[in-house]
Design a protein around this ligand. Structure first.
Ligand code: SF4
Length: 227
């Protein structure tokens, strides 16, 4: 079976499997399959492609950091993702965790299509707000990820991080194999002192003026940004 045939079969499967789900979920699954069809075409054409994708899922954020890279970009003007044929997919924003349900569904869709099509990109999430939500909290979402990069910017972010960290520490074995990275900017440092960060790979950060996309990475957005 060719990649295209596999992708078509997958699209039919999800159509029947998720008929009862809410519209957002169905749209996300369809978006994944549609994007994979395009990706399959490109793969068949053996076009060289970047292997890492930064995928913007929302332009909303609870913070308004003056040096935020997004102040320089119109995120809604980014090109739409065309395929999922990457080694790594990094979900970013804005703040993805403002839409934890949609993130959970999107990760399920990506994991699901990966298993079906035997293309298994590693999945990462960039967040300032490891929030414990009522339906799908950070811990549920972390289960679906290969890793997370948390960058608290405010006291509130740091408080959410502390809560999530305590839960991760209480479930050490479950998360020992995940890539857990904590970026610390000077403004957040005082709020993170005195806590056990033994599960985290820590990087001290400084704001940089320009925000170039690293070589070898695509920067794209999903079709309908979460809002
Ligand atoms: S938390 Fe991140 S995305 Fe939000 S404003 Fe600050 S730097 Fe930008």
């Amino acid at each position: 079976m060719t990649l295209q045939e596999k992708a078509k079969a997958y699209a039919n499967t999800i159509q029947s499997r998720y008929d009862d789900e809410d519209l957002d979920t169905i749209n996300l699954y369809h978006e994944c399959s549609r994007a994979y069809l395009d990706g399959a075409k490109e793969a068949l054409a053996e076009k060289p492609m970047n292997r890492k994708l930064r995928l913007v899922v929302t332009d909303r954020c609870h913070n308004s950091c003056p040096m935020c890279c997004n102040n320089r970009f119109d995120l809604s003007a980014l090109p739409i993702v065309e395929h999922w044929n990457y080694d790594e997919i990094m979900l970013t924003g804005g703040e993805p965790m403002l839409f934890s349900n949609k993130i959970y569904n999107l990760l399920c869709a990506l994991r699901d299509q990966s298993q079906y099509l035997q293309s298994e990109p590693k999945l990462y999430l960039y967040t300032a707000l490891p929030k414990m939500g009522p339906l799908y909290d950070f811990i549920d979402i972390l289960d679906l990820l290969d890793g997370v990069v948390v960058t608290p910017h405010t006291k509130k972010d740091a408080e959410d991080f502390k809560f999530a960290n305590a839960k991760i520490l209480s479930l050490k074995d479950r998360f020992a194999h995940k890539s857990l990275r904590l970026n610390i900017f000077p403004e957040a440092k005082p709020y993170l002192e005195g806590i056990d960060l033994s599960m985290w790979q820590i990087k001290e950060m400084q704001w940089i003026k320009d925000c170039p996309v690293p070589e070898g990475e695509d920067l794209r957005r999903i079709n309908n940004l979460f809002r």
